[in-house]
Design a protein around this ligand. Structure first.
Ligand code: URA
Length: 223
């Protein structure tokens, strides 16, 4: 990271997460080996999401926000829903919180190209309100299909809403972090982290968040 970028982050009160170790070797990166059948399934799903009008969020969105990253990755990150920047750019986690998420990934040698990032909802709820149960219900099949196609070794639930939905619980996030959970029938290992937007509001929690990232790195090495 150059001096200008560091100054930019500093101006936003974002501390830089230093990479301390090598990248986990379990992160798959070989884009040469893309299966054409899988590619077709992705294209179909992307089109379905793009044209989705199942709920009223389709009327207020600028565009859908499908997901970004490496479709052959071991590590899938799932957030809550697009915000204003994501709705404008069509990509998850691109606002201030997204910049911090990038730094969090970088701290354990990962980035947006070595992971896949998506949200439960593919459209922005107006005024960034919480997703409504019926919106989540209608959008979940898209997320499930993404999980099936990626077949990740590990899922990271980014923030309380994603964690509570994926684990079907009301447990507070403070009790869910630093534990190994499992998702779905395939019992995919799942870890919960604080939402970067929360960390921007509560910078003192960043030390805990770094411990969460180290836990992810450790588990990725072990599985
Ligand atoms: N918050 C989320 O949960 N997802 C995004 O894509 C952006 C902000």
């Amino acid at each position: 990271m150059n001096t200008k970028q560091l100054a930019y982050l500093d101006a936003m009160d974002i501390s830089v997460w230093q990479k301390r170790n090598r990248q986990p070797k379990s992160i798959a990166m070989d884009i040469e080996t893309i299966d054409p059948e899988l590619e077709g399934a992705w294209k179909k799903l992307e089109l379905q999401v793009k044209n989705c009008t199942l709920c009223e969020l389709s009327k207020t969105r600028t565009q859908t926000v499908f997901g970004v990253g490496n479709r052959q990755t071991d590590l899938l990150l799932i957030g809550e829903a697009p915000g204003a920047s994501e709705d404008a750019q069509g990509e998850p986690f691109v606002g201030r919180a997204g910049l911090l998420l990038n730094e969090m990934l970088k701290s354990i040698g990962l980035n947006r190209q070595t992971t896949y990032i998506t949200n439960i909802l593919k459209c922005r709820p107006p005024n960034n309100r919480d997703p409504l149960p019926h919106e989540v219900k209608l959008c979940t099949p898209y997320l499930n299909e993404q999980i099936t196609l990626i077949n990740p070794k590990m899922i990271v639930a980014v923030g309380r809403i994603a964690a509570q939905f994926l684990l079907n619980t009301d447990t507070p996030i403070g009790k869910m972090r630093m534990q190994l959970h499992h998702y779905g029938e395939k019992k995919i290992p799942l870890v919960v982290i604080y939402h970067p937007a929360y960390l921007l509001r509560s910078p003192r929690e960043k030390a805990k968040a770094y411990r969460d990232m180290l836990q992810i790195k450790k588990i990725l090495h072990e599985i």
